[in-house]
Design a protein around this ligand. Sequence first.
Ligand SMILES: Cc1cc2nc3c(=O)[nH]c(=O)nc-3n(C[C@H](O)[C@H](O)[C@H](O)COP(=O)(O)OP(=O)(O)OC[C@H]3O[C@@H](n4cnc5c(N)ncnc54)[C@H](O)[C@@H]3O)c2cc1C
Length: 436
Amino acid sequence: MAETNGISHGERTTKKMHFVIVGGSLGGLATGIALKTLGHNTTILERNPTPLLHDQGAGIVAGGPALEFLRRYNRCKRQDIAVPSDRRQYLNKNGDIIHSVDASHNMSSWDLTYHLMRANYDGLTSPYCDVPPDDPTHGTTTHQHNSTVTSVAQTPSGVQVTYYTTTDPNLTFTINADVLIAADGPSSAIRSLFLPSLKRTYTGYCALRGTVPESNISSSTLSLLTNRFTFFHAPGIQILTYLIPGPHGTLTPGERLVNFVYYTNFPADSPEFREIMTDKDGKHHRLTLPPGMVSPSAWEKQKQIAKEKLPPQFAEVVCAATRPFVQAVTDVISPTNEFLDGKVVLIGDALAGFRPHTVASTSQAAYDAMVYADYVAGEITREEWKVKTMGYARYLKTSPVSVLCGFTQEGLYVTNEVMANMAELPEVGQSDTFVD
Ligand SMILES: Cc1cc2nc3c(=O)[nH]c(=O)nc-3n(C[C@H](O)[C@H](O)[C@H](O)COP(=O)(O)OP(=O)(O)OC[C@H]3O[C@@H](n4cnc5c(N)ncnc54)[C@H](O)[C@@H]3O)c2cc1C
């Protein structure tokens, strides 16, 4: 059996390998958990200067691959991480339901998912969940924060990875690995080393996001939104809400959060775009403005627009958010998921960061991690791994919602009729195949 990158293609390898994973968010953690379960040793290098990533307090929709990942690998006693939603509904400007369809979704939060994954990866204790017992068959795990990776060089047996810490940015450190996994997000530094001309491109619209404790929402609005995935569309606007777990991942009714994602056009280079991306201290952010940093005057303007343009229930939720944040929506997709003959592998948003839509990014991270683990375990061939991973990324990039959210500079416009008739994204399972 051919062996190039240390992985015996098509058959289970008995060699214990060392994987260095760049990025300790959901993609890096998912890959670390899957590989340690196979008995391999892993080291996560995360640039964040503190041991825990700070959540942006927002929701994620746990799609098929994310749920399948948890079924396979979550060893915590806590299994339930989602607030269920059983209908999609569409409102008109007056706030009346104009269409609804039965559709089951699992709404979770980024911070609960992160803490659950940390408990499974390196046994982090937190109020979110219990920590599973050690399993002697698992590989070792190291989670190293304050470690920004800058380069990777091929060695005869693998790769050498270089990083620095904030203690002295001029001092660099190296670590050797059989394989480097780049799970360093849509602006991936590792991808840029191999594909320097591939850039994220701004699509012309932003997501204004936030959460509101359900106890701060009027009872009429809350009863409309509870257990529902609710949408409103108008020229240049798409907004959606759903309920997510509350502080420390609680699912208790009354303590959960109403999550909103409000997509709206901000043409590139326009004064409005500059204004919303300039924080309360006057600093301009290129793509993401974190919670608590939005300028009060810019947000006041958005609240006024929300009151004018949104159904009253959506306007109420947007106006009640105290720590909104802004994400400029971008596109990027790598033409390949591996470099240096498979010694460098892209996972999750580093491989393809696309326009947000239901179940996309977290599902991709979980899917990539599972399929890569299947390849490392010898259950699928290298070609199958590649076709599945690249196929899934391209599938998500061109899926109906992504395309519908594409009419940007001319106006983000998705009609209620189109949305209502739009087929649900099919669940993608391990057995699905894609044309590469
Ligand atoms: C703090 C945080 C909060 C988030 N909150 C939400 C949310 O509420 N809802 C939602 O839908 N999505 C959220 N996301 C995005 C979501 O995690 C991803 O879209 C998806 O899960 C894919 O994850 P990923 O690990 O591929 O990429 P990302 O989540 O983007 O993670 C990339 C990681 O790599 C690290 N990194 C980047 N460059 C380097 C480097 N050179 N060296 C070392 N480390 C590096 C980053 O600090 C980051 O932790 C959040 C991401 C982060 C980082």
